[in-house]
Design a protein around this ligand. Structure first.
Ligand SMILES: O=P(O)(O)OC[C@@H](O)CO
Ligand SMILES: [Mg+2]
Length: 241
């Protein structure tokens, strides 16, 4: 089901695409949830999606502060300690990350049509390498990648920093943000894209409360439902897809 609030008739065709990664290109948000549930169980607390909604998309330390403070465990576990504790488990899980549905088809289609695209992810560089090590073909089609510990990314999503930095690194100098389409799964990422003046397609986890969908220009239940023609991008040839 797609709901597109932005009116195509007044929009310029999209010329550049920026992909978020965790939860959008890669099925990795479940790894963060798994390790957070394990740690919370020690404090007899449960993890829920209202907390997830506040953490996802944020840079590691920012998300860690939300986690320990919102769950009330900051007196026993600091944000830094939480990051240390989860590291070992995440390092085992990340290399098993799979592509989300529709990613391969869309990225290859945009690449075949020479649409410049890149990745802008809050994840840290060393985690990025672990998560993408089995997906070289797809990530090699990206013009560049901006990660959460990039020096130009002063503040994490919902600040626009990471999307502005990503847009600047395409060939051909500064872009009109209204020609850039961002794909995101997280409320913080959708807000960051809008703060950058860009359009954003949200592909939210079905467990995320729909009240978080409002700021997105289009909401899809899967990337497989994306129709490039709605955004002035080259249409898929095999319309059966
Ligand atoms: O910006 P993305 O790729 O979603 O990464 C955020 C992730 O580190 C946790 O949600
Ligand atoms: Mg994400």
């Amino acid at each position: 089901m797609a709901n597109s609030s932005a009116d195509m008739s007044v929009r310029e065709p999209i010329t550049h695409v920026i992909f978020d990664m965790d939860g959008l290109l890669l099925d990795t948000e479940k790894f963060y949830t798994e390790v957070q549930e394990l740690i919370l169980a020690r404090f007899n607390k449960t993890f829920d999606w209202s907390l997830k909604a506040k953490m996802m998309g944020k840079k590691a330390l920012e998300a860690a502060h939300v986690f320990v403070e919102e769950t009330g465990i900051s007196g026993s576990l600091s944000a830094e300690k939480f990051l240390e504790e989860r590291e070992e488990t995440l390092q085992k899980l990340f290399p098993t990350a799979e592509l989300m549905p529709g990613v391969s088809h869309l990225v290859k289609h945009l690449h075949e049509n020479a649409i410049p695209m890149c990745v802008a992810t809050g994840t840290l560089r060393h985690h990025f390498e672990l998560k993408t090590q089995r997906h070289g073909e797809i990530f090699s089609m990206m013009h560049h990648v901006v990660v959460g510990d990039d020096p130009e990314v002063k503040k994490g999503k919902p600040s626009p920093d990471i999307f502005l930095a990503a847009a600047k690194r395409f060939k051909g100098g500064p872009l009109d943000p209204r020609k850039v389409l961002v794909f995101e799964d997280a409320p913080s990422g959708v807000a960051a894209a809008k703060n950058a003046g860009m359009y954003v397609v949200m592909v939210p986890d079905p467990r995320l409360d729909s009240s978080f969908h409002e700021a997105a220009d289009e909401v899809l239940s899967s990337l497989s439902d994306f129709n490039p023609s709605n955004w002035g991008l080259p249409p898929f040839k095999d319309v059966s897809s």
